[in-house]
Design a protein around this ligand. Structure first.
Ligand code: ATP
Ligand code: MG
Length: 441
């Protein structure tokens, strides 16, 4: 299959060629186009120097001039154009000491991480593929370019990129590449937490996340040491047909493709090994594990520099991941009150994924979760009251009923809201005013 260039990518290639330079689309966009997907962006490489690139186009931004990258704005669409370069001397295991501009395309392709990412394409000259990336793409194999040990020692982030691509593409990892990933994994400790975070997000969101997590915990352990006790931990419980880590991997893979939900599944049971006990019948229990997992989640997400909103949401979802959710309207209202619509839905998604990762005999619960979600939809459609803002009385009414100004006002409103949420009284102004009288006397 021939890639079909976006108008912007085609325009940029043509602009560079018109000025006498050579240019190709390169990297992830070629990989995705050859797989029949439309690339989310097109990167271009060229033998033009950055200042020459800038001179070819009306509007450009100096994105990373030292690394040779100029962003061309082609009718408002940004295209990154990078001068062919070779890299050397990765003394810190993260970035090259020397970058030199070159004119040989193959030297630029040789610095790239995986064979499937090391192809370039030009509509006139065709595919440049010195490492046989096309064959690996067809076979579904992720293989480091060159000597895998050396490439991961140069830049350990490539190890996590490898797991992320394996999870996203569902590819197998070539054995020599896999061995090198395992051996070089301790170098991941030197990688900036923000970059680990980005790769971890991509990994858990991948279609093959379950397989990759289940197969490669040892590669993740340098950045997620908290997973080590879960690996191989027998639950001694008939709900479970998998050890804690196997269950975790399956729960991630079973979850809706939502970042917060998938991160929640990754972290939801990490506290289990420390909370394990066995009853007199030999059955395993994990009392308090949701709370303890939430504490671990807080530590991990803080360490990996997740934004506060994501961290707080995931920690809360982990804490509630095994709270009872009876199929009743009041559950729906209480979830909406406590979590808001987005996280009420996310919590149901978490329970669903957790259930899918149990032994099949327990999957009946999926129907209940579906019914609860329907109740949630209905409560929202009916504009049911689930917050103080929606209550048919307010602070002025409480004062008018004779309450003393101060915290008692909020307490009275909250007591009314709780009764409305529970379905004990309707959100009806006359009823609420009568209730207020009783409350205040
Ligand atoms: P995605 O679809 O996630 O953007 P991608 O392959 O385009 O995948 P990018 O991070 O956008 O990934 O990088 C573009 C290209 O640059 C890669 O395809 C690869 O050729 C090269 N590359 C990126 N990061 C590295 C790295 N750490 N080491 C070697 N080559 C890299
Ligand atoms: Mg890309």
């Amino acid at each position: 299959m021939e890639p079909t260039l976006s108008p912007a990518a085609a325009g940029v290639l043509a602009g560079l060629e018109a000025a006498g330079f050579r240019a190709w689309v390169v990297g992830g966009c070629v990989r995705d186009a050859l797989r029949g997907e439309s690339p989310h962006d097109w990167d271009v490489c060229t033998d033009a120097r950055p200042e020459q690139v800038a001179a070819c186009f009306a509007r450009t931004l100096p994105t990373g001039l030292v690394h040779g990258t100029v962003t061309v704005l082609w009718e408002h669409t940004p295209v990154e154009v990078t001068t062919l370069r070779a890299e050397s001397g990765y003394s810190d295991g993260r970035r090259p000491d020397h970058v030199e501009f070159v004119t040989d395309l193959n030297r630029d392709l040789a610095r790239r991480d995986f064979t499937v990412n090391a192809m370039a394409w030009n509509p006139r000259t065709g595919l440049a593929d010195p490492f046989d990336g096309r064959a690996d793409l067809a076979a579904g194999v992720l293989r480091a370019v060159g000597q895998p040990e050396a490439r991961f020692a140069e830049d350990a982030l490539r190890i996590l990129r490898g797991l992320r691509f394996a999870a996203r593409l569902g590819f197998a990892i070539d054995p020599a590449t896999a061995r090198a990933m395992e051996r070089q994994a301790p170098r991941l400790r030197a990688i900036a937490p923000e970059r680990v975070q980005a790769e971890l997000d991509g990994l858990v969101l991948g279609a093959a996340a379950e397989e990759v997590l289940a197969r490669w915990p040892a590669v993740l352990e340098p950045v997620l040491p908290e997973i080590a006790p879960a690996v191989g931990f027998d639950q001694h419980n008939h709900h479970h047909c998998l050890d804690v880590w196997g269950h975790t991997a399956r729960a991630v893979g079973s979850a809706a493709a939502d970042r917060a939900v998938r991160l929640t599944m990754l972290l939801h049971d990490l506290g289990k090994p420390d909370c394990f006990s066995r009853g007199p019948d030999g059955v395993g229990h994990f009392y308090g594990h949701a709370q303890y997992s939430a504490e671990l989640a807080q530590t991990i997400l803080t360490r990996l520099r997740y934004d506060n909103d994501t961290r707080d949401r995931v920690v809360r979802l982990v804490r509630l991941h095994d709270a009872p959710l009876p199929v009743e309207e009041k559950t729906a209202r209480r979830l909406l009150n406590r979590l808001g619509e987005r996280d009420a839905r996310a919590l149901i998604a978490v329970h669903r994924a957790d259930t899918l990762a149990l032994a099949p005999a327990w999957h009946d619960r999926l129907a209940e979760l579906g019914a609860l979600e329907t109740l949630l939809d209905e409560q929202l459609a009916q504009d049911a009251c689930f917050s103080l803002r929606q209550l048919a009385v307010n602070g002025r009414d409480v004062l008018a009923a004779g309450a003393a100004p101060g915290p008692a006002v909020g307490r009275a409103l909250d007591a009314l809201l709780q009764r409305v949420l529970a379905g004990e009284i309707p959100n009806d102004r006359a009823v609420l005013l009568a209730e207020l009288k009783n409350l205040i006397q």
